[in-house]
Write a protein that binds this ligand. Sequence first.
Ligand code: ATP
Ligand code: MG
Length: 399
Amino acid sequence: MKEIIVAYQGEMTLKGLNRGTFEAVLAKSMKYRLKDLGNFKVYKAQSCMYAEPMDDNCDVDAAFDRISKIFGIIRLSRSVVCDKDFDTICKTAEEYLGPTLRSCKTFKVEAKRSDKKFPMNSPEICRELGAYLLSKHPHLRVKVKDPDLVVMVEIRDFGAYIHGPKFPGAGGLPVGTSGRALNMLSGGLDSPVAAYYMARRGLALHHIHFASPPYTSERARMKVEELAGIISQYTGNCILYVVPYTKPQEYIRDHAPAVLFTVLMRRSMMRIASIIGHEIDVQALITGESLAQVASQTAWALACTDSAQDIPILRPLIGLDKTEIVEVARKIGTYETSIQPYEDCCTIFTPPHPKTRPTLTEILEAEAAMPGLAELEAQAAAEVERVRIRMDQPQEVEF
Ligand code: ATP
Ligand code: MG
């Protein structure tokens, strides 16, 4: 019995004439991510993508896990394919799903018949296959609403598909179909979650991290690389741009009013991110900011940060509470790494009483008193280090 994986497309089915492009990106992404797991054939039919093992060396369990992390897929199941002969269908369904049915109390059969030449219609298939399975498992009861297991049979041109239980997919849109963005990645809990959310909406991502050695350690930077690696399971391969930020940061500390320090630093980071963002042609910058989480994230402070440069800033966590962010961090596997206690450059030199309602006028005045800052920012951008972050696979996907 050969098991294949069926992945159901999500929102992309609503994309009208663009749907083909979305499907091509999704197929490419699936092929790439299954590459080291054996010889899988990836193809589409109706609103599903299929991953079919072509020999016995394919790791179907690992493939299922990988596909469950690919954006654009709303549900996925394993299935077997057999000849379109009703006896064979019954026997195959029993062989494949019998062990699961033994531990269920209720079930129902659903049938779809896209091959209209098949001699039985869908209600007949449901009735007859249901009766067959009941004869094998007399303890079962048919339940139409919310049964323990739905036995789904599809009669297609190439054969009959018997689907196992459906599991939730990662949702969203295939990575790369919404453009490209630069995610501002700190070592905290928020920014990896922000990256996950925006990749989920189809953005291909690179990350930028500001490091201020010796105030921030090598270990803090390794933590950020580790986080980028974990998120790459969702985002695909990417580059982590590490900006040597010590000089601009010290300059701001030494030349600006302490109460405005954090907002001035955030604007400075945005300008550097913007230089790199323009070089690599991104459509957006992403941050893990959440309204009023800290003084630099009040609506007043965010307005000041926004006006520092011209690339749109996306803040997917803006309306989320910390507890909600933590929940997602646990789900996507970044939590344990994020909570390791290494300092971030945003937490050094912070004043005890930062201004929560800064005005743009006072910010611009403070910047006018820092004539050397632009040069230091340009230098930091020029000295940026590029670190390749790869999923544990041999080649890169190019979007
Ligand atoms: P935490 O969970 O501690 O809030 P955080 O990453 O959200 O972590 P904040 O101080 O709230 O830290 O920073 C707000 C946002 O600014 C971050 O979500 C991130 O997008 C960006 N940021 C902060 N520090 C850095 C850094 N060193 N490099 C790149 N981006 C940073
Ligand atoms: Mg935060």
